[in-house]
Design a protein around this ligand. Sequence first.
Ligand code: XBP
Ligand code: MG
Length: 238
Amino acid sequence: MTIRALVFDVDGTLAETEEIHRAAFNEAFAEAGMGWSWDRELYRDLLRTTGGHERILDYARRVGAVVNPSALHRRKTEIYNERIRGGMVTLRPGVATLLDHARREHLAIAIATTTSRPNVVSLLESTLGPESLGWFASIRTGEDVRAKKPDPEVYHLVLADLALSAAECLCFEDSRPGLLAARAAGLRTIVTPSIYTAGDNFGGALLVIRDLEAPWSSAEGSLQKGLRAIATYRHSYL
Ligand code: XBP
Ligand code: MG
């Protein structure tokens, strides 16, 4: 079947943003004078809870603290956006080229993420330019759903926006909760593990590759053919 759309996760897939999220959480905690500081090892564990608001609540429960997660998360989002708009992040290898090829070959591109909408807007604007928001046929975020990944709700919303079946799309994720969400929506998923997810169980993925700097994005006019070959080849194994 012809692939009509590529659906992308954001954090860890488009860019290695998780260290900027972690720094923003820690700065918000410090400003509030809470004495909380999440190191990398702890954050790796906390990432199993998707969504920053939920992550704060999860940690508060672990340490038996009573906090206002909404105020903390609002401030964390402000700090994160200042940092992203300050040019702190670049896209992962191959991402810009793949988006470019997809657009040239008239595939729709879309976003399905757990993170908050302002974070997606600032990331796209500061890496791809202000006009890039208009390239995406659907952008669905954690703000649009009742249940975050691994629940498939965000992917169902994107598919409805695109008016396409899962079989007509390919999905790009970096984490196990993301992969589970995409698979539960019936999407074939290519995984590019990120700094916090390398070594996770990616069973059910169509393909697990280091990054998106792949042959399909360098061969002129062959994206559709390349993606279809990968999808068809592996389809019978899923
Ligand atoms: C990754 C996440 C996000 C971010 C924090 O989501 O779990 O929660 O860590 O973002 P994805 P917020 O890979 O699906 O983009 O604080 O805005 O929730
Ligand atoms: Mg991710």
